[in-house]
Design a protein around this ligand. Sequence first.
Ligand SMILES: [Zn+2]
Length: 422
Amino acid sequence: MDTVRAATDIVSAAASRLCLDMRFLTRAVLSLRTSVVQGEGMPRCDGRTVVFHSDTVVSSFRRDQNSVTRDLAHCVLHCILGHDSPSNPPETDLAEDMVVEYVLDCLDTPHTSVPGRDDRMFACERQFAKAGAPSPDLLSQIVRGTSPWQLESHRKMFVRDDHTARTDADDAMWIELSQQVMAEVEGFVRDDEGRTGALMSILRIRNRRRYDYRSFLRKFMTSRTVVRESRTEFDPIYYTYGLSVYGNMPLIDSLEQSDSGRLEEFVIAIDTSGSTMRGPVVRFLEEAFDVLRQTHIDRGANLHVIQCDDMVRSDDVVTCEGDLRRLVNGFELSGGGGTDFRPVFDYVDRMVDEGEFRNLKGLMYFTDGFGTYPTRRPRYDTAFVFCDDRYRDHEVPPWAMRIVVRTEDLMAGHNQDGTAGA
Ligand SMILES: [Zn+2]
């Protein structure tokens, strides 16, 4: 009984120290209850409560005063990063532990640092480099390929908690908390010699994955009016775009009819230099056409599909399902060739000048890579849609919107719709 009381004190002191070390985690830490049960074992967390074992807490605290704070930080970060599956394959469990421990080693705060930091960081950086990004889904593929002894030695280094008690019941709360942590680290944490860099890049990956590109398509393809900020339908991409293009006027979508009553036109430019993109490109076109059809039933709309690598190769007008089928069946991505975004804009601008486009609403550029952007802002809304499974950072000019989708997200819709075999 005394051990439980002692352990409870240690755990509550650990929570205070953690908040002191990482102020940006305070709300997250306070959102989790802690409790102590008798006996031995690793802590476990179900997304609401972290359960510690009294004997283990007391003995590990005696060995190293930071160890309990570290355990708690480990559990909190799992929640923040959306690691909530109770039934991971072992390599995914280990990958999640590596990501979390790497963040903590990078932060290296007074009450969470524990011995072995250099070894852990070395192991992580080697595996992250192979995986391409510090994300559990990529990393677990690498971990799966390592030898059993290495797996075991990594487990000793990185495992601090028991993942089997997890539930994903509070997903929404943790998504919100994750965005709050991200905003706080980005906005308020003073320069810390890059210590929060790892946390930020991992949070960006976490929060990006949640973005629904179909809702983006819907917003992009409905006629828009500039209105006050909507609190119920907050959309970060449109919000920042509105701010940069229209000063203090964030944009939201509106289903109101456009006043012109004219046929609306959209351009989807496809970067054909990406040789492996055929499936995603076709899927994206189908999805965009679907949205166009649903949102422009009475007005009608033309979709121009422009294929381009370092020069414009073709421009096809799609007005019906048949056009789309013909286009995608004959679709060939050439591969090779540099990526230059400017020829499409030059071409479209010329078409606008010549009156070929009379009511161009927007241009979406679908690409899997990096290219040269025009220097001037076009007269129509522009979005770059990056198909990137490696979570690379894509900078776009301030006048363009940016959305990053993964092949997996694009193809997922394919099966749900029943348009392709599972
Ligand atoms: Zn863990």
